[in-house]
Design a protein around this ligand. Structure first.
Ligand code: SF4
Ligand code: SF4
Length: 480
């Protein structure tokens, strides 16, 4: 049942009920049922650009999961091993600050692009747009053009209608399933996943996530479409704060188009007192969110530029110049010059460059080894036959490289500190951690306190720059 709240018309000038509506409550509907949008297919420059971006993105998404380098997947998020393999680099949970930094870079990249060109992310690369356009393309191939689809939906059930609808949903489900399997394939090697799914030997979570992403893709791109952009995506709500009078967005030129009105191609619009808009409504019919760009900037506009392609085709037919709907700025529409570079683009751009630089330097100078030292808390210390004091530790050496490595252990901080156990180089497998028990002896004369700082250092035998060190404490008797 829809919710209704009785309201009274208020006159903004008198701050009270307007005279003619006094004491006449009106009902405002807070629930608007969805009207199905039948998007008309259109060809043109911007649709071609999107086809290229869509093919490139889809190609990467569906192909990368199959690519291996030296037997290892190009991209693999190995959650059980807590290892993340990306383009021959391996990251560990302790590298998560890099992930956070990359997410911040993506956010600033989005802000930067949005201040310059509005919602190009939404129009050309957002997964919701990409999958929706694929699903719409399939729909057009199976059910036909916009008019045919509207006719088919109005027609009573018939074998042909059932066959077309079933074929469309089967095709959608197949694409959604391929999407779900591919997504899970980034976490569960795809070849194993397909084999395990086929033989019903896959992990229960694999079935769950494949099912989840299949259903989510099918519903989002097949059924919900623009509803996701209008009601679920937060970006649409705050994008307007990034726009200014110099942001280049898809806009209708009312100075040129108005007054709108139909006319024959041979008619002179000036004689008729008309602008260039022939009020054909094509720009509305091709809009995936069902809005009329001629009403001005609206948060529903995802910047897909289909209305530009549609209107340009109309202008071509009428022999009018193209660009009644075009990428332009508010300033240009008002006949003022537009600035590409302005304080906010400099601000976002500078921050973006700084953060990209910091992440690149961090990754480039990242040392692929990590040392952790745990002191044996079972025994504080012991004396050996030489009268020296011994402490026991466990060294955890984490080799983050894709090759096995031998490491030498060295001590520092206390002059006489020597290894009694752990002098031999330690070999650690690729992307593996090894625990090494070590015993350290120290001349008691070197200890000025019951608790003295000691430094453990490891160094790769094949590369002296691959090194890490960490502090611990050496415990001894109270000095006399
Ligand atoms: S497509 Fe162009 S000419 Fe047709 S209604 Fe839209 S703005 Fe006017
Ligand atoms: S008005 Fe519609 S068709 Fe035009 S760019 Fe916005 S979403 Fe796309």
């Amino acid at each position: 049942m829809s919710s209704q709240i009785p309201v009274r018309q208020v006159d903004p000038n008198t701050d009270g009920p307007s005279d003619n509506k006094k004491n006449k409550p009106e009902t405002v509907e807070l629930y608007a049922s969805r009207k199905k949008i039948y998007v008309r297919e259109v060809k043109g420059l911007f649709q071609r650009i999107r086809n290229v971006s869509l093919t490139a993105l889809m190609g990467m998404y569906f192909l990368f999961v199959w690519i291996t380098v030296d037997g290892d997947p190009l991209i693999h998020f190995d959650l059980p091993a807590r290892e993340f393999h990306l383009f021959t680099m391996t990251f560990f949970p302790q590298d998560f600050f890099l992930l956070a930094a990359m997410l911040i870079i993506c956010a600033f990249g989005l802000f930067f692009i949005t201040t310059l060109f509005g919602r190009v992310w939404c129009g050309y690369t957002c997964p919701q747009t990409v999958w929706t356009f694929i699903f719409m393309w399939v729909e057009e191939r199976i059910e036909g053009s916009r008019n045919k689809r509207m006719k088919l939906d109005r027609a009573p059930n018939s074998p042909e209608k059932m066959a077309r609808k079933s074929a469309k949903h089967a095709a959608w489900l197949l694409i959604a399933l391929a999407t779900g399997v591919t997504f899970v394939g980034y976490f569960y090697p795809i070849r194993d996943l397909l084999g395990d799914l086929a033989t019903l030997n896959a992990n229960g979570w694999a079935y769950f996530w494949v099912g989840f992403f299949t259903v989510a893709t099918y519903l989002n791109a097949g059924w919900m479409r623009e509803q996701v952009c209008l009601y679920m995506c937060p970006y649409a709500r705050f994008q307007s704060v990034m726009f200014d009078r110099n942001t280049r967005i898809v806009s209708y030129d009312p100075n040129r188009g108005e007054p709108r009105g139909s006319r024959k191609k041979s008619a002179d619009p000036e004689e008729l007192g008309l602008g260039d808009c022939i009020d054909c409504g094509l720009c509305v019919q091709v809009c995936p969110t069902g809005i009329d760009i001629r009403d001005g900037l609206q948060y529903e506009c995802i910047g897909c530029a289909l209305c530009i392609d549609a209107c340009d085709s109309v202008m071509d037919k009428m022999d009018y110049p193209r660009g009644l709907i075009r990428y332009t700025t508010e300033n240009e529409l008002e006949g003022r010059p537009s600035k590409l570079l302005r304080p906010r683009t400099f601000g976002y751009g500078a921050l973006l460059m700084l953060m990209i630089g910091a992440v690149v330097i961090t990754i480039a100078t990242r040392v692929p080894v990590e040392l952790d030292v745990i002191r044996d808390r079972g025994a504080l210390f012991s004396y050996n036959n030489n009268g020296w004091i011994e402490n026991t530790y466990t060294l955890k050496i984490n080799n983050m490289a894709e090759v096995p490595r031998d490491f030498r252990i060295e001590l520092g901080g206390i002059d006489s500190a020597r290894l009694l156990r752990g002098q031999e180089p330690v070999q650690v497998d690729p992307t593996a951690q090894r625990s090494v028990p070590v015993v350290v002896e120290v001349n008691p004369e070197d200890l000025s306190d019951i608790n003295t700082a000691i430094i453990f250092r490891i160094e790769a035998l094949d590369n002296a720059e691959i090194t890490d060190e960490t502090d611990s404490r050496f415990v001894g008797p109270r000095p006399r």
